[in-house]
Ligand binder design. Structure first.
Ligand SMILES: Cc1ncc(COP(=O)(O)O)c(C=O)c1O
Ligand SMILES: N[C@@H](CCOP(=O)(O)O)C(=O)O
Length: 512
């Protein structure tokens, strides 16, 4: 029997009870895959082994509720004359401005803060589909109407909130410093939080026969990794536009491995962003950058999670590195929803930290929000935020103005030294987190942040993605940098030589 793989029934309905070998031949090659019937003897049927977490969710649907959400122009309320269903393919308002996902807050407010706190707390640490995910544990506040079956999730979120005891005490004179490790995640950055939402919605739209052939993004390396992984998990084609030679090797290999169409384009991120916007308005490719406000809905759950991890106590400050500027607004939105729905009674002050080589928001803030000018971003070790014309500039300004926020910047030397210092206390952070730690250091020195304030620094990507820049730093190969370099010591394979090195080392450390 020859069955085209394209004609296979859906996974959950296949029953492997065949007594003879089954020959599966794809229509793309003549190679065939033979599954031996012997291997299936005495094995459970797929009917019984597909009793998986999704099947369980199907059998136990949650009670119907009246929660809903829609797109409105950014800054307009739920009753705005202009609004769009989340099932429409739309990224901009009629006037060309940004959109925002607006939830029916009245319906959500029928339940008090204690109800939401208990509900969210009850879902942490479980594998119940889809609530085991840190994002989908807040499903009612994210995409209330999506069917659990359409969700594409890697159980993202629930990331570690690390008490940075040694860094705090030793380097910034603080006892209550925390690092939210959003980069310890499925693809190594906070982008997973937004991408699970966006790709789930695409999955739903495709099932509704909306004309979407694939999903595309411009990227400095993290959005592309998340997009390609979630699309690959769902079997949806992905296309990523990357600025040639401007992202790390680890980031480049992620979409390559996940089977995305990877375009390496001779421009910078802003150039790639312009291209993908033009392309997605011409072709049936869904836009996955944070211009698409669905992404913000997932990313905002990191803010809710921070409150949850502090047992619903509100920190004084949250510091977020900023590039395309969707994430700073996502944090604001998460905190604001918790306040508006009575889970907490205030929101933290937000700080957005930029690399001095890519600082259009910082310049805008410094000129008193008078005039925004896009810039040509210069090369920075914080390569994922090398962005000069951020699409979410209006969202960022709104978030900062409404949280009594601050913008800071970090030079290349400052951000790399901050990263090395943090690593020397047991972390392994990315350069962008070095930008945020530099902002903290500056605000501590100026006394704006007090020694007993509770501060959360958002770490946005895994340090392993940026091993190249760490190697450059520690090998002393970056001119004018490397004050904290700790290169490996080459030593002969003999007792005396090893002893000499160790004696020097122990003497340099001295008794405590
Ligand atoms: C590692 C990392 N940190 C920070 C950012 C900044 O986030 P946003 O673009 O939402 O400002 C990005 C992407 O831009 C990133 O990839
Ligand atoms: N750092 C980002 C830049 C694009 O940001 P997005 O949030 O708008 O997708 C990346 O990794 O590509």
């Amino acid at each position: 029997m020859v069955v085209s793989s394209l004609l296979l029934p859906s996974f959950s309905t296949i029953v492997f009870t065949a007594k003879k070998p089954i020959n599966l031949t794809t229509n793309r090659s003549n190679r065939s895959l033979t599954i031996s019937a012997a291997a299936t003897n005495n094995s459970p049927t797929l009917d019984s082994i597909t009793d998986n977490i999704k099947d369980k969710a199907r059998r136990n649907p949650t009670a119907a509720n009246n929660f809903s959400a829609k797109y409105v122009p950014f800054g307009a309320g739920f009753d705005s004359d202009e609004s769009y269903s989340l099932d429409e393919i739309v990224y901009r308002s009629k006037s060309g401005g940004l959109l925002d996902v607006h939830h029916d807050m009245e319906a959500l407010a029928k339940f008090d803060g204690a109800y939401w706190r208990n509900l969210f707390d009850s879902r942490v640490g479980k594998t119940t589909w889809p609530y085991g995910s840190g994002v989908w544990s807040k499903k009612e506040w994210v995409l209330p109407e999506i069917d659990a079956d359409d969700i594409v999730s890697a159980f993202e979120g629930n990331s570690n909130l690390f008490w940075a005891e040694r860094f705090g005490k030793q380097f910034v004179g603080m006892n209550d410093l925390w690092v939210k490790h959003c980069g310890i995640s499925h693809t190594g950055s906070f982008k997973d939080l937004g991408m699970t939402v966006l790709v789930s919605q695409v999955n739903r739209l495709r099932k509704m026969n909306r004309p979407l052939v694939g999903v595309g993004c411009a990227s400095t390396g993290d959005t592309s990794a998340a997009l390609s992984a979630y699309c690959a998990a769902a079997g949806i084609p992905s296309i990523v536009f990357l600025p040639a030679n401007k992202i790390s090797t680890a980031q480049l290999i992620q979409p390559v491995s996940n089977g995305a169409l990877v375009l390496s384009i001779d421009t910078d991120f802003d150039g790639c962003m312009k291209l993908i916007r033009e392309i997605t308005s011409e072709l049936p490719i869904y836009l996955a950058n944070s211009l698409n406000s669905l992404r913000i809905e997932g990313q905002k759950t990191a803010a809710i999670e921070i409150l949850q991890q502090f047992d619903w106590q509100v920190p004084d400050w949250v510091i977020v590195p900023g590039g395309n500027l969707g994430n700073i607004y996502a944090f604001y939105k998460g905190f604001k929803m918790c306040k508006d729905l009575g889970l907490v009674d205030k929101i933290p002050r937000l700080v957005c930290a930029q690399a001095a080589n890519a600082n259009p928001l910082y310049l805008y803030y410094k000129n008193g929000w008078k005039e925004f000018k896009a810039i040509k971003a210069k090369t920075t070790f914080a390569s994922a935020i090398q962005i000069g014309d951020p699409v979410s500039i209006d969202r960022a300004v709104y978030a900062l103005k409404n949280s009594n926020g601050i913008v800071e910047e970090a030079t290349e030397e400052e951000l790399m030294d901050a990263m090395a210092l943090a690593d020397s206390t047991g972390m392994f952070i990315c350069p962008h987190t070095g930008v945020a730690l530099t902002a903290l250091n500056k605000l501590r020195k100026s006394g704006v942040i007090g020694s007993s304030d509770r501060v959360v620094v958002v770490s946005t990507a895994h340090g392993l993605k940026f091993a190249d820049s760490k190697i450059d730093y520690h090998s002393g190969s970056i001119s004018g940098m490397g004050g904290l370099a700790n290169p490996p010591v080459t030593v002969k394979a003999e007792f005396g030589s090893v002893m000499d090195v160790l004696k020097d080392f122990l003497l340099s450390k001295g008794p405590e």
